[in-house]
Write a protein that binds this ligand. Structure first.
Ligand code: CMP
Length: 134
C-alpha cells in the first residue's frame, strides 16, 4: 500500500481548519495511519525542505513552517501520493482549482495550507523526519 506525508501548515492550523482538511482525505476513502501535532524545530524544517536550500524563498519557508503548530499525517491508500496532490491543488493559490484545498484555503505561495510528498522516495524520507518512531 502506498503512503504519503501530509503537513497541515501553521496558517491552516491557526485558522482552525485542521479537522476540515483531515476529513477531506478521510471522506475520499484514504486511511490515516499516523497523526501528530508538533511545533517543528528549525532542524526539522531544514531537513524537510532540504531540496529547496539556496532558492530565494527558502529562508521564508523555514521561518513560516516553524512559526506555529503543524499537523503531520501519514495517509495510506492506492495511488495516494498523486491523489493527495490533486486534492491539495497547485502550489500557487492563483492556479489552484476552486475545489482543491489550496483553491479554497491558501493565502499565498508560502501560506498555502498543506504540504504533501511528491514521490515514493520523498514520502519515505519525509515520514522519517516527522515520525522517526515508525
Ligand atoms: P510545499 O508543498 O510545502 O513544498 C515546497 C514549498 O515551497 C511549497 O509548498 C510552497 O509553500 C513553497 N514555494 C514554492 N514556490 C514558491 C515561491 N515561488 N515563492 C514562495 N514559496 C514557494
Amino acid at each position: 500500500m502506498e503512503r504519503t506525508l501530509v503537513l497541515i501548515k501553521p496558517d491552516a492550523m491557526e485558522r482552525k481548519l485542521m479537522g476540515e482538511i483531515i476529513s477531506i482525505y478521510e471522506k475520499k476513502g484514504f486511511h490515516i495511519s499516523a497523526l501528530k501535532i508538533v511545533k517543528p524545530t528549525k532542524e526539522m524544517a531544514e531537513e524537510h525542505y532540504a531540496e529547496h536550500k539556496g532558492k530565494p524563498f527558502y529562508e521564508n519557508l523555514v521561518s513560516f513552517i516553524t512559526k506555529g503548530e503543524v499537523c503531520a499525517l501519514v495517509i495510506e491508500g492506492e495511488n495516494v501520493i498523486e491523489a493527495v496532490r490533486k486534492i491539495n491543488g497547485a502550489t500557487d493559490p492563483l492556479n489552484a482549482e476552486p475545489g482543491t484545498i489550496r483553491g479554497r484555503y491558501a493565502l499565498s505561495k508560502s501560506e498555502n495550507a498543506v504540504h504533501a510528498s511528491d514521490s515514493i522516495e520523498s514520502a519515505e524520507r519525509e515520514i522519517k523526519i516527522w515520525f522517526p518512531e515508525l
